[in-house]
Design a protein around this ligand. Sequence first.
Ligand SMILES: *[C@@H]1O[C@H](CO)[C@@H](O)[C@H](O)[C@H]1NC(C)=O
Ligand SMILES: *[C@@H]1O[C@H](CO)[C@@H](O)[C@H](O)[C@H]1NC(C)=O
Ligand SMILES: *[C@@H]1O[C@H](CO)[C@@H](O)[C@H](O)[C@H]1NC(C)=O
Ligand SMILES: *[C@@H]1O[C@H](CO)[C@@H](O)[C@H](O)[C@H]1NC(C)=O
Ligand SMILES: *[C@@H]1O[C@H](CO)[C@@H](O)[C@H](O)[C@H]1NC(C)=O
Ligand SMILES: CC(=O)N[C@H]1CO[C@H](CO)[C@@H](O)[C@@H]1O
Length: 332
Amino acid sequence: MLPRAPISIPIAFFQLFALTVAYRQPFEYLNAVQSLATAFTNPFAVVNGTLPSPLADDVVGRIDVTTTFVGQELNTEYLFGLFAEGASVNTTQLIGTPSSYTIQSLVVEPPVLAVSLIANIDYPTVDLSVPLQLDLFIAYDNELKIISYDAILRRWGEYLTYVIPLLVPKITEELNLTTTNVTELIALKTAVDVCQMSTQYCTGSNQQYASNDACMSFMTQLPFGQPWEGGMDNGICRYIHKNMVKYRPEVHCPHIGPTGGDMCIPRNYVQVTENMPFNQTLLAYNSSYNALDVKNVPAANQIELVKIGTETVYITTVAFVRDIFFRIIFPR
Ligand SMILES: *[C@@H]1O[C@H](CO)[C@@H](O)[C@H](O)[C@H]1NC(C)=O
Ligand SMILES: *[C@@H]1O[C@H](CO)[C@@H](O)[C@H](O)[C@H]1NC(C)=O
Ligand SMILES: *[C@@H]1O[C@H](CO)[C@@H](O)[C@H](O)[C@H]1NC(C)=O
Ligand SMILES: *[C@@H]1O[C@H](CO)[C@@H](O)[C@H](O)[C@H]1NC(C)=O
Ligand SMILES: *[C@@H]1O[C@H](CO)[C@@H](O)[C@H](O)[C@H]1NC(C)=O
Ligand SMILES: CC(=O)N[C@H]1CO[C@H](CO)[C@@H](O)[C@@H]1O
């Protein structure tokens, strides 16, 4: 005789899911992080709308070596447009284009994940590809769009120190120069590229400099800046922002102009460090035990779930252990 299936069992099963339904299954976050990495290494496709933006409308993103960006449009421009535009010009760019990636570390604790990926950054004019490690904390909303991200470019200073000398001979050739002074060369390269964009796109009410010459003279006086000063009043910041002016000149032209707009400006270290800009926390605070999580889990199973020496039930982990489902559905 078949055992009579107690009616409460499928409900318990369903409710266990229902309790975590605001969050998604772990594999969905894995897919989401893969989508992000794919988008990052195909920036053109995001910019032209072939790949959907992985970002929520009111996303807040922070990148340690630049600054905080608010909203989907701005973040799309900085995460994808920056690289897509860099790849579309024929001259050697100081900022390369991500082409492929490997994920080195990943922790999923819905709705937050932490990932460290190694992206290969391409410099096609010199046939170079250099790995750059990116560490990100990401919070997802219920639609699996990124609502907060906090990104760290690991060894960014070391990266630039490695890359720039490899670009210099080609840049020297492109600019028809004879100088071997790298500082002067990079300052000139920065000025040429920024001023070209400014002269082409920042016109009318968006005009920043009286002329291309005025731009060149301003830019060549400006220090290039340290690698970590990508959000400060210097050349590297304007160089990062130059690729966006084409998208929305009214927003981005001031960033490459003499004032730096609200992007390339002096910043206070303590304020930057202490300011928490995110609308949604990057703490996976709902993942630990609470009574609701185990409401429909039989007491015997709860005890089993609480592993030796710990009093915390990680329901987000537990919910996906097949064996435990079976025990809930078919209690001994
Ligand atoms: C968008 O960009 C992708 C990647 O570069 C490309 O394959 C695709 O053809 C582009 N689509 C349009 C409509 O431009
Ligand atoms: C890059 O070079 C190609 C072929 O030489 C040319 O068709 C294209 O217009 C150039 N693009 C830019 C942005 O100069
Ligand atoms: C580079 O210099 C050579 C020789 O002086 C000149 O013929 C050429 O037009 C220059 N090219 C550019 C892009 O200035
Ligand atoms: C390179 O140029 C900078 C700026 O003009 C100057 O301060 C520096 O001393 C030069 N370095 C060398 C090695 O000549
Ligand atoms: C976290 O859990 C509490 C209590 O279960 C719930 O009220 C709250 O909405 C949850 N927060 C998020 C962001 O899901
Ligand atoms: C809806 C909301 O609270 N938006 C805020 C998100 O965070 C940014 C930056 O901290 C604010 O400017 C938004 O107003």
